[in-house]
Design a protein around this ligand. Structure first.
Ligand SMILES: Cc1cc2nc3c(=O)[nH]c(=O)nc-3n(C[C@H](O)[C@H](O)[C@H](O)COP(=O)(O)O)c2cc1C
Length: 409
């Protein structure tokens, strides 16, 4: 786990929407990472979820509207002390009423005044009936809240508790957590940068049901894309077929074959500042493919011919502008460093991540990785840890080598 994801102080405002019942799970997940959570419940929220549930999960009292003008704490003013304490302030669910309050700067309640008093980033997660969400009044309040600096995450589409189908669902807990980590990210060095990441395997079909591929899970590339998003980058992820869902917050382009990956990367890379090629692209495809399923009857052996796929990294390296940074991956099973350096130079990359796929706890499908990052000038940094930690450190190296203007390519 990234170390900055623990020992943080998170204030959560719960307002009176039916999805309030999901928030205890989010509190548990945040606390599990070793963080402190304070919760303000609106008066209506207490009809949906009890203060006892909240205080049991946070290990602290639940703050209620009745605490706003109470003098129980003497000189300590709850809305100010909570606002100052928080490093991030999430409001989930945010009712139509709370969005209105945010837009108008309401200061009659504990939640409203805490929103005004805090300097921490405030993120609202609206959830409501689709007609309430689409109402021009709600939309206007969302727009105003955004111009005031609040982050308002649009609700998801789907089946709603009220029986309607449409936009209005609270995003999944994992998404709420990801948005929280992005807000808390200690580095924003990719703000204003366009980042392109490739991830996952490619597939080369022999017939409609058989293909040639590799065991890449996409986890490393996904971690690189996600951490770039944490750090403020505008990230496009080009991914091959994977079993796991790509991270939240990215523009995702799905491809299947190496040729589709080639076309997508060349198209996207033109408008990109940093390209990280973590996909495991097939070097070969079938010279001929059958439109019908090849039958086994009467054949105890079949012979296939493979031909070379286009070399994406080499082509991007050839077209690369001076102001672009190209980072490649070398997944090797032998002579790791030599092979990686040779690939770096052959393909005009600025940096290569050498990945020993035969090492234990490293490479395909694993949740951890052990890599060597090699720059053109021969400088090498060894990193190991979870794929997320390795990805974060990779961006640290990119920041140090290129973005901090100490360009030592
Ligand atoms: C059963 C029930 C479910 C409700 N669910 C929502 C909801 O999901 N989203 C919403 O914006 N309002 C919802 N409301 C309306 C709010 O509870 C109401 O606007 C309330 O005044 C909000 O107060 P608060 O924003 O101070 O929490 C619901 C009301 C009831 C009775």
């Amino acid at each position: 786990m990234l170390e900055w994801k623990s020992n943080r102080r998170i204030l959560i405002g719960i307002s009176g929407g039916i999805s309030a019942y999901k928030i205890p799970e989010i509190i548990r997940a945040i606390r599990k990472n070793g963080n402190d959570v304070e919760v303000i419940l609106t008066q209506s929220a207490t009809s949906f979820i009890t203060p006892l549930t909240i205080s049991t999960l946070t290990g602290r009292r639940a703050w209620l509207e009745g605490d706003f003008l109470s003098n129980e704490h003497g000189w300590e003013i709850p809305h100010i002390s909570l606002a100052d304490w928080a490093e991030a302030f999430l409001i989930a669910p945010a009712t139509a009423n709370v969005i209105r309050r945010a837009a108008l700067g309401e200061a009659e309640t504990l939640l409203g005044t805490a929103m005004l008093a805090t300097r921490a980033p405030v993120v609202l997660f609206p959830a409501m009936n689709v007609h309430m969400w689409e109402h021009p009044a709600t939309q206007r309040h969302v727009e105003i809240a955004r111009t005031l600096g609040y982050t308002v995450i649009s609700p998801e589409e789907g089946e709603l508790a009220c029986g309607y189908e449409g936009k209005g669902r609270l995003p999944k807990n994992e998404i709420i957590l990801e948005v929280l980590w992005k807000v808390l990210s200690p580095k924003k060095d990719l703000a204003g940068k366009k980042v392109l990441v490739t991830a996952g395997p490619t597939r080369e079909f022999m017939d409609p049901v058989r293909f040639l591929s590799n065991p890449s899970s996409g986890k490393m590339g996904f971690a690189i894309a996600k951490t770039a998003w944490y750090r403020g980058g505008e990230v496009t992820l080009i991914k091959g077929p994977t079993c796991i869902e790509p991270p939240y917050g990215l523009r995702v382009v799905n491809v299947t074959t190496a040729e589709e990956m080639y076309d997508a990367v060349l198209k996207e890379s033109e408008k990109t500042d940093i390209i990280v090629k973590a996909a495991a692209v097939g070097d070969y495809k079938f010279a001929t493919t059958s439109e019908q399923k090849i039958k086994r009857e009467g054949k105890d052996r079949i012979q296939v011919t493979l031909e070379e796929n286009p070399d994406i990294a080499a082509e991007v390296g050839k077209r690369k502008r001076e102001d672009q940074i190209l980072v490649g991956f070398a997944a090797e099973s032998n002579e790791l460093i030599e092979n990686a350096i040779s690939k770096l130079n052959r393909k005009n990359m600025d940096m290569i991540v050498a990945n020993d796929i035969t090492a234990k706890g490293s490479g395909f499908e694993s949740d951890t990785n052990s890599v060597a990052i090699i720059c053109k000038n021969g400088h090498m940094t060894r990193i190991e840890g979870t794929k997320e930690e390795v990805a974060w450190r990779l961006w640290d190296v990119i920041e140090m080598k290129f973005l901090a203007k100490e360009d030592v390519r």
